[in-house]
Design a protein around this ligand. Structure first.
Ligand code: NI
Length: 140
């Protein structure tokens, strides 16, 4: 039997959406307030979903205590209270949109969780605001 289990997490971070190949006017036109040169913050909310077989002995897909600790160590400590553009090398060349942040988080967690079992599949939903959120890998 396959089940999806999920854990919520949270971090605060600042960013600026800016394409260095565009003029300030074009950046403003496309990214609006998110292109503010002095950066701005978001309260990011994260849902990490893990899908796999329920283990016969434990009755669990993954021990949520372990998942909680991985998210805390690898995502919250890494991203919380950071300026994504300045503090995280990955975003020196990649625009820190929610789409790119969710992919970044996915790659980190995928590598950690595959050490527990290669068979576990993960999916990440990242809320940039209570109304705006992205999911990776895409569901359709
Ligand atoms: Ni923003």
């Amino acid at each position: 039997m396959q089940v999806t289990v999920s854990r919520k997490a949270h971090f605060n971070a600042a960013h600026r959406l800016f394409n260095k190949n565009w003029s300030d006017a074009k950046n403003n036109e496309i990214f609006g307030l998110c292109s503010n040169p002095n950066y701005h913050g978001h309260n990011y909310e994260l849902i990490v979903s893990v899908t796999g077989n329920v283990n016969h002995e434990t009755g669990m897909v993954i021990d949520l205590k372990i998942l909680k600790e991985i998210i805390y160590q690898k995502i919250e400590l890494h991203l919380d209270h950071k300026n994504l553009n300045l503090d995280i090398p990955y975003f020196k060349t990649i625009i820190p949109t929610a789409e790119h942040i969710v992919k970044y988080i996915y790659e980190i967690l995928k590598s950690e969780i595959s050490e527990i079992s290669e068979k576990l599949k993960i999916q990440i939903t990242l809320y940039e605001t209570p109304r705006n959120f992205v999911t990776y890998p895409a569901t359709i």
